[in-house]
Write a protein that binds this ligand. Sequence first.
Ligand code: SF4
Ligand code: SF4
Length: 493
Amino acid sequence: MKLFPVRGGVHPDYRKERTAEAAIVALPLPKALYLPLQQHIGAPAEAVVEAGQRVLKGQLLALAGGPVSAPVHAPTSGLVAAIATMTAPHPSGLAQPTIILEPDGREEWAALPPPIPDPFAADPAVIRARVADCGIVGMGGATFPSAVKLALGTEHKLDILLLNGAECEPYLTCDDRLMRERAEAVLDGARIMAHALGAARVVVAIEANKPQALEIMARAAAALADVTVVKVPAQYPMGSERHLVQAITGRETPARKLTADLGVVVHNVATAQAVREAVRFGRPLLSRVVTVSGGAVAHPANVEAPLGALVSDLVDFCGGLTTPPRQVVNGGPMMGQPLPSLAVPVVKGMSGILALTAAETNEQPSEPCIRCGTCVTICPCGLVPVEMAAFIRKEDIDGAARLGVQDCVSCGSCSYICPAHIPLVHFFNYAKGRLAEKAREARRTDRVRQLVEVHNTRLDKLAAARAAQAAAVEAARAEAAKATGATGQGGAS
Ligand code: SF4
Ligand code: SF4
């Protein structure tokens, strides 16, 4: 298959060798699981269980809180100990409502929905409903509810389901291992998703630095006429949806448009496997594979953990820490988020836990910009990071917006490459946050203005009705007075 060049990008030290050859291992059940109600983009789920209630494996614990949301299920059987607030796996360290489940070790399953007999003959709406009911979200880190993304086929004419096996972030190998160890399941799930989307083809994109995954997936796809496995260059951020679509189709997704507008929908390999479990077996999303790595971890590994296990459970399972980490990151080092502590739970979108040493984080004091222009050359989105940062430093967020800061995919390539060690991506995340807040404020103001207009119109109508009523009363009075006057006159004559 012909590949197309992708603009910019960097070649970080991938450091995947510490876990790439380690087969996936299952984490023993911890003493407690902590299941936040918000593990996805959209409205938080709403708890349907109470403290003290016994639940079975796979049982619904929390319902989707709206059309863009995802339910939460019990990863094992046990007792709901409490529903409490707990620190989220997010740099803000904010607390959020969390169901605390104490496993009973019996692994007793709840009654699951029956398998969909022939998924390739099923109505796409049936597949979407199953995916929604099973709480599946984008497991590459995006955490967008997968059923909503599968509905894109109802509004767009789609050609390709692009299965993202690029895994371009350094250290992470969970998708690599999944493709090597569960290739048939991943492809089956991808083909089911393609059917749900109405896309005729599945293209699996894998970076060149995963030769075994490429070989195994190609072998598994050999008999499937609708599946093509493609080797893409190891060039960060190849795993970004827009860049992968450009590499495969040669088409560039316009700013603030979806890849679906170009006929392509991208899903992650772990999501595909979860979809297969839901459709073929009725099993909700209860666990995920997480790469536990970084120089501070004694024995890095790919661990299949029940959702809600603590990050510290996984680190202990990997032999603990050999040295205090400089930083612990959720995801990869380029786009991942620092974790506030190890006492936070594994959630649906957590692909990596990296305990990085000071040497690995390579934090250096930033110096003044030397105007080398490297950040401009490598930006995969064709932006001008140095100029955008200059505007943001002056708090001119609108100036940065005019230069396209909202099109920044926060890949971190500019920060990584900058010889002056300027944390450029932090500026852009800050600016995007400010612009999003401004947009929300504008929507709120608009809504209030509409409400005031409706209110004023109602008051005007009420006042007009009262005036009309008063005029009618006055007219009636005048009429009556006239009549009385006429009668009086008549009587006196
Ligand atoms: S973080 Fe944004 S500005 Fe920097 S290279 Fe990536 S897309 Fe470009
Ligand atoms: S890479 Fe760094 S030093 Fe070079 S122009 Fe960009 S911001 Fe300035």
